[in-house]
Design a protein around this ligand. Structure first.
Ligand code: C2O
Ligand code: CU
Ligand code: CU
Length: 497
C-alpha cells in the first residue's frame, strides 16, 4: 500500500516497458536478463579523518518512555532533521536490564505516521513483539510490558510497521537492549569504560537530512549509504588503554554487510553473538556481520604502543551479489593513549549450550528465497518489477503462512541456491541454532555457533537451522532483514498453536 509511493519508477534501464505474456516469454529461462538492466551497484563508502569522539546513547532502565519524533541531530558537522526516540539524537537510549526484570516501555508516537517497536532478540509475548499489525497510530501510544526471561546478551529495538520499517530505521529509529545475568557476570569480562556498544549503520547524510527514497535497483540491493556511522557519529575515534576491551557490535544498517577486522590484523576474539555467549571463545582475523546480527568480541590493545592507532575496518568479501563486498573501508579508530595492565585472560569456557539435533521425525520446512520463481511467474502484481518473496508469497497480514505446534522443534531450510542477492533471514519470538550451510561459503562461521536469531544466506547457499519453538500461542513474523526486501514483502507469518 504505502510502498507504492516510495518506489520511484525511474530506473527501468533500457526503457523497454513490456507487459503480461510478452514478459513471461522474454523472461523464461534468462537469469540475468529478467531484471532488464536492474543490475545493482555498490554504494561507495566515503571515509574521513577520525576527528569526532565516539559517543554513547543515554542509558535506560527497565521503566522508560520512548517518544518517536521528528527531531534533529548533529551529523558530519550539520544539524539535520532525523527521527529519534528522544530529542536531539538518532539512536534511542541503551537499555541495560537484568534477567528477571519486568520491563515497561511507553511508546509515544509523535510521528505523522504509525509506528511500533520490535524487540529484536527479546523473547516476548506475541502481542508485545512489535508485530506489524500491533501499531501505535500517529499521535497515539503503545504500552509494552514483559519480563526478561532469557540469558545475557545484546539485543536491539526498532520500528516494524510493514512497508515503513526501512524508512523509519534509516532515518534514525533504533536502539540497543542489553541483558545481564549471573553467568556472564562471573566471567568478569571487561566492563564499564572497557565495554563499548557499537552500532554500525550506513546512512545517506545530506545537509537537509537523511533521504529515503529507494529506486527499483535500491529495493533490489537494499538501501545503502555513503556514510558509515558508529553510534550516530561519522568516522569516530575512541581513546583506549593497552588492555582488553569488550566490543558489542550491532549491524543496524538497512542492507549493508560488513566484514569486520582490525587494521593491525590483531584477533577479534568472538565470545558471543545474537543470543549471548558462545560455548568457547573463537579468535578470528575477520568476520562477516549482516544486518540484524550482533557480535560480542574481545580486543586486546596490549600490543599497540601508546600513541599509535588501530582502526576497525571492513574488508572486501566475495559472492555477495553485485552490490556488496566490493570495497574495503575504515569504520572507526581506536587511539591508544594510555598504558595499562589488566590481569584479564580470556576464559577458556564461556557458557554451556546444548547442541540441538534433528531426528528423522523432526518436521522440516523448506523456504525458497531465491526469488527465482519470479521469472516463471511474471507478471505477478507488478509485471515490471521483481518483488522479494518467500516461497512465492509476499507478506499478507491476513494470511497465516505456517502453523507450528508450540514447544516443538522444527528444521527450517532457507534455499537461496538459485538467487543472486544476500538474504539475512530473521525469526521473531525464538532463538535457533544453525545446523549447516551448503553451497556458497559452505560451512559455518565461528559466530554462527550458539544461539542465533538472524542468519545470512548468500547467493548460492542453502542454510539449515533448528528452531525450538516457544510455549506460547500466537503469531510471529519471520523475514529477510534487508529492510528493503522486508518492506517489499519478503516476510511471512508463523502461528504457534
Ligand atoms: Cu530486527 Cu523483524 O526485525
Ligand atoms: Cu526481530
Ligand atoms: Cu533479502
Amino acid at each position: 500500500m504505502q510502498r507504492r509511493h516510495f518506489i520511484k519508477l525511474t530506473s527501468l534501464g533500457s526503457g523497454a516497458l513490456f507487459t503480461g505474456g510478452a514478459a513471461t516469454a522474454f523472461l523464461a529461462g534468462c537469469k540475468k536478463d529478467y531484471r532488464m538492466g536492474l543490475q545493482t551497484k555498490p554504494v561507495p563508502v566515503t571515509e574521513a579523518a577520525f576527528t569526532n569522539p565516539l559517543v554513547y546513547p543515554a542509558q535506560a532502565g527497565a521503566t522508560q518512555t520512548l517518544t518517536a519524533q521528528a527531531t534533529t541531530a548533529n551529523v558530519k558537522g550539520n544539524t539535520i532533521p532525523v527521527l529519534g526516540y528522544q530529542p536531539n539524537c538518532m539512536l534511542g537510549p541503551t537499555f541495560r536490564v537484568n534477567r528477571g526484570d519486568n520491563v515497561s516501555v511507553q511508546l509515544q508516537n509523535r510521528l505523522a505516521e504509525h509506528t511500533n517497536i520490535h524487540w529484536h532478540g527479546l523473547v516476548v509475548p506475541p502481542l508485545m513483539d512489535g508485530h506489524p499489525d500491533q501499531l501505535a497510530e500517529a499521535g497515539g501510544n503503545f504500552f509494552y510490558q514483559f519480563t526478561i526471561n532469557q540469558r545475557a546478551g545484546m539485543s536491539w529495538y526498532h520500528p516494524h510497521p510493514h512497508g515503513m520499517t526501512g524508512k523509519q530505521v534509516f532515518q534514525g529509529l533504533a536502539g540497543v537492549f542489553i541483558i545481564n545475568d549471573a553467568e556472564e557476570a562471573a566471567l568478569n569480562l571487561p566492563s564499564g569504560q572497557y565495554e563499548l556498544p557499537l552500532v554500525l549503520q550506513d546512512k545517506r547524510i545530506t545537509p537537509g537530512g537523511i533521504p529515503y527514497d529507494p529506486s527499483m535497483e535500491e529495493v533490489m540491493a537494499g538501501y545503502m549509504g555513503e556514510s558509515v556511522l558508529v553510534n550516530g557519529v561519522h568516522a569516530p575515534f575512541a581513546e583506549v588503554a593497552t588492555r582488553y576491551y569488550r566490543l558489542r557490535i550491532l549491524n543496524g544498517s538497512n542492507a549493508r554487510i560488513y566484514n569486520l577486522a582490525l587494521s593491525n590484523n590483531d584477533d577479534l576474539v568472538i565470545i558471543g553473538n545474537d543470543g549471548g555467549l558462545l560455548k568457547t571463545p573463537a579468535p578470528v582475523k575477520e568476520i562477516l556481520l549482516t544486518p540484524g546480527e550482533r557480535l560480542d568480541v574481545l580486543v586486546n590493545f596490549k600490543n599497540a604502543a601508546v600513541g599509535t592507532t588501530v582502526n576497525l575496518i571492513s574488508k572486501e568479501f566475495s559472492n555477495a551479489g553485485d552490490a556488496q563486498g566490493k570495497q574495503a573501508f575504515q569504520i572507526m579508530q581506536f587511539k591508544v593513549t594510555t598504558a595499562a595492565t589488566d590481569g584479564f585472560t580470556v576464559p577458556a569456557g564461556l557458557s554451556a549450550i546444548p547442541d540441538l539435533q534433528a531426528s528423522a521425525a523432526t518436521p522440516t520446512r523448506v523456504f525458497e528465497i531465491s526469488n527465482a520463481m519470479e521469472h516463471h511467474g511474471v507478471p505477478m502484481n507488478n509485471g515490471m518489477r521483481m518483488r522479494h518473496r518467500i516461497n512465492g508469497n509476499l507478506y499478507d497480514g491476513n494470511r497465516i503462512d505456517i502453523l507450528v505446534a508450540r514447544s516443538t522443534q522444527e528444521v527450517w531450510v532457507f534455499d537461496n541456491s538459485k538467487g543472486d542477492e544476500p538474504h539475512p533471514m530473521h525469526l521473531h519470538g525464538v532463538f535457533f541454532q544453525v545446523l549447516k550451510r551448503t553451497g556458497g561459503r559452505s560451512g559455518l562461521l565461528p559466530s554462527e555457533k550458539g544461539w542465533k536469531d538472524t542468519v545470512l544466506v548468500m547467493p548460492g547457499e542453502v542454510v539449515h537451522i533448528i528452531v525450538p519453538f516457544g510455549a506460547v500461542t500466537g503469531r510471529f513474523v519471520f523475514h529477510c532483514h534487508n529492510l528493503e526486501h522486508e518492506d517489499d514483502g519478503m516476510m511471512l507469518q508463523y502461528q504457534l498453536t
